[in-house]
Design a protein around this ligand. Structure first.
Ligand SMILES: CC(C)(COP(=O)(O)OP(=O)(O)OC[C@H]1O[C@@H](n2cnc3c(N)ncnc32)[C@H](O)[C@@H]1OP(=O)(O)O)[C@@H](O)C(=O)NCCC(=O)NCCS
Length: 192
């Protein structure tokens, strides 16, 4: 009971603007460990409660950097019920929308070699940095995997599995995500 009251107070607390630059709708999990870092820009909206996005969120937003991971999120971004988990480096530009229930992970969580999984060493887990350019829009239920680089003004179709490098101003979709069309051409300075 006491725990429930504590969580409720925590929940209310996170409904208000935090640091004056990030607005939380619902209880959000954000944590980092020694040697890792999370840097949030200004004007960020993070949705975590079920109806804070009318898509309906399956999970709270989770932003975690550990084992030397580094997460940087630029200004005026929106994140809905998504996981951003770094053991290497995830850089998200300005004016990026991350739709409901997405996952952005720069590592595999477990070694690929079954004999190295139990116990597992951090050094045996595959990791590659992720870069998401300014003005990108990641459609709902997408997974962005290690090594992904999106140029600016890219759109990722709903439900995509994204891996690889993509240029500016493209719309990609599918599993694995491929370019399906060009987005309206924007000069990078227009997005800032
Ligand atoms: C990717 C998207 C932006 C494309 O929209 P569009 O430019 O209007 O393109 P169209 O609907 O004309 O589709 C173009 C082609 O891509 C395909 N396509 C569209 N979305 C796709 C997706 N998510 N996955 C796979 N293929 C997709 C279409 O089937 C069509 O194929 P065809 O040319 O062979 O017929 C849109 O479909 C989408 O996924 N929006 C994201 C919505 C969302 O998640 N919002 C966030 C909620 S929180």
């Amino acid at each position: 009971m006491i725990r429930a009251i504590g969580l409720y107070i925590f929940f209310l607390y996170f409904y208000i603007e935090y640091w004056g630059k990030v607005k939380f709708n619902g209880f959000t999990v954000i944590y980092t460990f020694k040697g890792s870092s999370i840097c949030l820009g200004e004007g960020i909206l993070i949705n975590s409660s079920f109806l804070s996005n009318l898509l309906g969120l399956y999970q709270r937003t989770i932003i975690v950097a550990r084992y030397g991971g580094k997460i940087t999120i630029g200004n005026n971004c929106g994140i809905s019920g998504s996981t951003i988990y770094s053991m290497e480096e995830i850089t998200i530009g300005n004016n990026v929308i991350i739709g409901g229930n997405c996952k952005i992970v720069d590592n595999d969580f477990h070694p690929l070699d079954c004999y190295k999984r139990n116990p597992q060493s951090i050094n045996d887990i595959g990791k590659k940095k992720i870069i998401i350019g300014d003005g990108c829009f990641i459609g709902a239920n997408s997974i962005v995997l290690k090594g992904t680089e999106l140029g600016y003004n890219c759109v990722v179709g709903a439900g995509s599995v994204v891996c690889g490098k993509f240029p500016d101003n493209v719309i990609i979709a599918g599993n694995p995500a491929k370019v399906i069309k060009q987005n309206s051409q924007k000069d990078k300075t227009e997005l800032l």
